[in-house]
Ligand binder design. Structure first.
Ligand code: GLU
Length: 447
């Protein structure tokens, strides 16, 4: 065992025994620990302050029952959470996820990651994440509204514009944010920016919907620029069919790339000559209607391949934009065999550690989601300042600011991750974010 492995193992053993079953959380912490512990040990103040150990123990975890009635009047019960990890550099900030598989493990890992992601944006944003084990599939609009109102009824006392500012995540989009925001205003009795991702008619920001997907492509463009390359003419395989995946596809096509796939859990939509903007819009409509991607219109030049993932298709660039741990070791081998030389994460932690080892060995350049998908939360940060100013930016201004922020995140990660002529973006992102958090945490005393 080398020194870094020994430090990491020791650190992992200091986590609370109560976290033993939280496998995703521990995966995320281990990944950061292996990169930053050597930096922490080198600084006596950071080391004495146990900075990483403090970030790994959230400030608080709020857990609550959500009771609501379905359209037939049946009483339904779900569990909701908000994990407030750290507000050392700004109000707690992070999305809400509604999915039957959501667990405290997921939200602990996501809140931990969010601290680092938000630090990388350069904006004053702390880290948090929340959600519920609620399955919105097949639910009517009225049921979604009642669920959001019941959820916010429990969450409202814990959030606010300077306290904690939730936003969307998987299955929480503009419609849900509208209902959640209405319910928060109703409870608080004031209008203020307690949520981001709001609609344009009531204080949202231009480009927030597009921001994560567009930001991912801006990040990839910055990576390619370092190699004196560009995205024009590149074949891009994308997984997912949600907000991040389809907006990344839209922007990639605008920039002259050939997007060969989008996907969902039932299979992959494969277009050998590239998906058109019309085909991408069709995918968005299917998603909104709760339908899968089978039977695309014939003139799209696309076929649906049941039970296949996008990773078998030959591609220069892979953008996993679905969910955590979607790329396992086998998928990583397929990505390598498909001739892919760059993988940037649109989802949070979609690549397992085993998969990452395969990609690294094969020399695939890898960008972690905490850097490459930070565009969404960055525009949330811009939404917060627009709400405070009571003055709104144009779409062009937000897009230019997003591009600039993604370039800065890229450069922070690249500069910190530089070693021997190569760039380790994962280490660079972890260390750059850690330094900012460590400075803030140690400056604020032992709390
Ligand atoms: N859920 C998004 C993320 O994973 C956005 C969070 C936000 O805008 O607060 O970063």
């Amino acid at each position: 065992m080398d020194r870094i492995d020994a430090l990491t193992e020791h650190f992992m053993s200091t986590l609370s025994e109560q976290d033993d079953d939280l496998s995703n959380f521990k995966q995320a912490v281990r990944d950061v620990a292996s990169d930053v512990l050597a930096v922490e040990k080198n600084d006596p103040t950071w080391s004495a302050n146990q900075v990483l150990r403090r970030i790994a123990e959230p400030d608080r975890v709020i857990s609550f029952r959500v009771t609501w009635a379905d359209d037939d009047g049946n009483v339904c019960i779900n569990r909701g959470w908000r994990v407030q990890a750290s507000n050392a550099i700004g109000p707690y900030k992070g999305g809400l996820r509604f999915h039957p598989g959501v667990s405290l493990d997921d939200l602990r890992f996501l809140a931990f990651e969010q601290c680092f992601k938000n630090a990388l944006t350069g904006l004053p944003l702390g880290g948090a994440k929340g959600g519920a084990d609620f399955d919105p599939r097949g639910r009517s609009d009225a049921e979604i509204m009642r669920f959001c109102q019941a959820f916010m009824g429990k969450l409202a006392p814990y959030i606010g514009p300077d306290r904690d500012v939730p936003a969307g995540d998987i299955n929480v989009g503009p419609r849900e944010i509208g209902y959640l925001f209405g319910a928060w205003m109703n409870a608080a009795g004031i209008y203020d920016g307690a949520l981001t991702g709001k609609g344009l008619s009531y204080g949202g920001s231009e480009m927030r919907v597009e921001a994560t997907g567009y930001g991912l492509i801006y990040f990839v463009q910055a990576m390619l620029a370092r190699r004196n390359a560009d995205i024009t003419g590149k074949r891009v395989a994308i997984s997912g069919k949600g907000n991040v995946a389809t907006h990344a596809a839209e922007k990639a096509v605008c920039e002259g790339a050939t997007v060969v796939t989008l996907s969902d859990t039932s299979g992959t939509l494969y277009a050998p000559d590239g998906l058109s903007q019309e085909a991408i819009r069709w995918v968005q409509e299917q998603k909104a209607a709760g339908k899968d991607l089978a039977n695309p219109p014939k003139d799209f030049g696309a076929a649906f391949r049941e039970n296949e993932t996008p990773w078998q298709q030959s591609a220069d660039i892979a953008l996993p934009c679905a969910t955590q741990n979607e790329i396992d070791e086998d998928a990583a081998k397929s990505i390598v065999d498909a001739g892919t030389s760059l993988l940037a994460e649109g989802a949070n932690m979609p690549t397992t550690p085993d998969a990452l080892a395969v990609l690294r060995k094969a020399g695939v350049t890898y960008a972690p989601g905490k850097a490459s998908n930070a565009g969404g939360v960055a525009v949330s940060g811009l939404e917060m300042s627009q709400t405070s100013h009571r003055r709104f930016m144009t779409a062009e201004e937000v897009d230019a600011a997003l591009k600039d922020i993604m370039k800065q995140i890229h450069d922070r990660a690249a500069d910190e991750g530089q070693s021997g002529g190569k760039i380790d973006y994962a280490r660079g992102a972890n260390v750059a974010a850690y330094r900012k958090l460590a400075q803030a945490i140690t400056a604020q005393g032992v709390l």
